[in-house]
Design a protein around this ligand. Structure first.
Ligand code: FAD
Ligand code: SIN
Length: 524
């Protein structure tokens, strides 16, 4: 199937790019499951934008740089922060029903922000954003949305029927989840918008599909990947033996929620940081981790029951209802919480136009390293990054359209030397194993020894999975496992490179901060 622009991913980044291209070009958007199964739909808190009287772009830039521990690219931070109000206007025009305070947008507060800055739709912002973008894309005659297509790898020069030497990316091979057939999608330009790699970890707030596919595909094709050691752990994921990845939005702390030791009732954050519960995420997550380890706890309490019940129900209707179903009334009881992996700060290196190192390949959203987040993402800056870079990539493709060469003849997927798998159990076993050792050895607090242990296991699993991949027909689970291992390898390698503790990367072997802030850039 040939199209003008191919977009892999139908979340905030992918659909924003599609809508910005579709008036001029034919756009095909792939999703590996349902169109709304990415992280975008799950976002609770909201989108950061300078809209409060007295707040300034400079404040938002400074807050972002402080959270990012000096590793952010200031020009990119300014570019994104200044793009926020217009992004909110466009979403409002698309019909996103943002919460209002009379005539103006209601702004909530989150950790690390010096002002009220978070535009939201109660506690289900992502769902409303995904819905509005998807409806607009479905209504556009130039956009073809194709769910259930699991991209396997990028199509590059080595897949050309006659090698052209152009060194470009021409699209992807993707397996159809329903038929099992491998389809070839080609295009003049390809945008990766595949989201993060949270599922590399046993406990994560991210949905099942966050397996780092775009990062792994770009790396295998020859693009640089950076800052993968900066995996963000959200401080407050619900602790529940059945519901394992339900986020309790940071806005609960923003609106007065307090973290307490469940045994003593002691509120511990004010002892550790003047910003208390609203310190940046890395600080709060490490504090909870330390409290849990120090007192042998399973969880800590997040308590907002001192606020009026109507206020709590009004601000957090979905969380309130979900918890009631689990026997917790947050208007009168504390919520048991633990940290869990939440966001992938690093990714495929892109420039201000969303261009990767590979001609013809762009990327946007959580799969990228744009320079915005540095060593730790400021809350609610990531949806914003999707809107700003989705649009930037579209703009760059449109501006350079006349220079993009025609797609050469590409070879079809070759299945002549593989058979159906006879041991699916290998996949399941390896999935669980990786996620468990990543959690235990490459989590919130690291050591070189633990990282090396993880690295040794990754080597073993990689050779096993490569062997499996070489002999058996691809399935969605196998593709994800291969990407999960590749991403884990990049995370560990990056973590071993960093001989300091900065932002989200904290290691007992190098507890101090190096004098100079340097990105970890991996070159294939
Ligand atoms: P996603 O929305 O994750 O979409 C990825 C897309 O890529 C999907 O369509 C998927 O099917 C597709 N895909 C992936 N791999 C393949 C493949 N191999 N082949 C084909 N398609 C593929 N950020 C904020 O700014 N504010 C918040 O309040 C907020 N809350 C959050 C709450 C939760 C629980 C989580 C998990 C994240 C939250 N975030 C928040 C982060 C934010 O939601 C994400 O960073 C953002 O939505 C990522 O958007 P994206 O378009 O890059 O990717
Ligand atoms: C949250 O609602 O706490 C998540 C916000 C974010 O990840 O940016």
């Amino acid at each position: 199937m040939q199209t003008d622009v191919l977009i892999v991913g139908s979340g905030a980044a992918g659909l924003t790019a599609a809508l910005n291209l579709a008036d001029r070009f034919r756009v095909t958007v792939l999703a590996k499951g349902a169109l709304n199964d990415g992280s975008t739909s799950w976002a609770q808190g909201g989108i950061a934008a300078v809209l409060e009287p007295g707040d300034t772009f400079d404040n938002h830039v400074e807050d972002t740089m402080i959270a990012g521990a000096g590793l952010n690219d200031r020009e990119i931070v300014e570019f994104v922060v200044e793009g926020a109000p217009a992004a909110i206007t466009r979403l409002t025009e698309l019909g996103v029903p943002f919460a209002m305070d009379g005539e103006v947008l209601h702004l909530t507060r989150e950790g690390g922000h010096s002002h009220r800055r978070i535009v939201h739709v109660a506690d289900a912002t992502g769902w409303a954003v995904q819905d509005a973008l998807q409806k607009a894309a479905e209504a556009h005659p130039n956009i073809t949305l194709v769910p259930d297509q699991v991209a396997i790898d990028l199509v590059t020069g080595r897949h050309e029927e006659r090698y052209s030497g152009a060194g470009r990316v021409w699209g992807v091979y993707a397996v159809d989840r329903v038929s099992g057939h491998v389809n070839l999608y080609t295009a003049h330009a390809t945008i990766l918008a595949t989201g993060g790699a949270g599922r590399t970890y046993l406990f994560s707030t991210a949905p099942r599909g966050a397996t780092g596919d775009g990062i792994a595909m770009a790396w295998r094709a020859g693009a640089r990947v950076a800052n993968m050691e900066f995996m963000q752990f959200h401080p407050t994921c619900l602790y529940n033996l059945e519901v394992k990845n339900f986020l309790i939005t940071e806005a609960v702390r923003g609106e007065g929620g307090q973290l307490k030791n469940p045994n003593t009732g002691h509120r511990f954050m004010p002892d550790l940081d003047p910003r208390a519960e609203l310190a940046p995420r890395d600080v709060v997550a490490r504090a909870i981790d330390a409290e849990i380890k120090r007192y042998g706890l399973d969880y800590v309490h997040l308590d907002i029951s001192h606020m009026p019940a109507d206020f709590v129900r009004g601000h957090f209707p979905n969380i309130h209802e979900k918890l009631l179903g689990l026997g917790i009334d947050m208007t009168t009881q504390p919520i048991p919480v633990v940290p869990a992996q939440h966001y992938t700060c690093g990714g495929v290196v892109i420039d201000r136009d969303g261009r990767t190192d590979l001609p013809g390949l762009y990327a946007a959203g959580e799969c990228t390293e744009s320079g915005l987040h540095g060593a730790n993402r400021l809350a609610s800056n990531s949806l914003l990054e999707c809107f700003v870079f989705g649009e930037a990539a579209a703009r760059s493709i449109a501006a350079n359209w006349d220079t993009l060469p025609a797609v050469p003849a590409i070879r079809a997927w070759d299945e002549s030397r593989v058979t159906d798998s006879d041991e699916e159990v290998v996949i399941k076993q390896n999935w669980t194993e990786i996620r468990r050792f990543m959690w235990n050895y490459v989590g919130i607090v690291r050591t070189t020894k633990r990282l090396e242990r993880a690295q040794n296991r990754i080597k073993l699993l990689s050779s096993e999975v490569d062997d499996y991949y070489g002999h058996f027909r691809v399935t969605p689970d196998l593709i994800e496992l291969r990407n999960l291992i590749q991403t884990a390898e990049l995370i560990v390698r990056s973590a071993l490179h960093r001989h300091e503790s900065r932002g989200l990367h904290f290691t007992l072997d190098y507890p101090g901060l190096a004098a100079e802030a340097v990105d970890t850039i991996l070159i294939p």
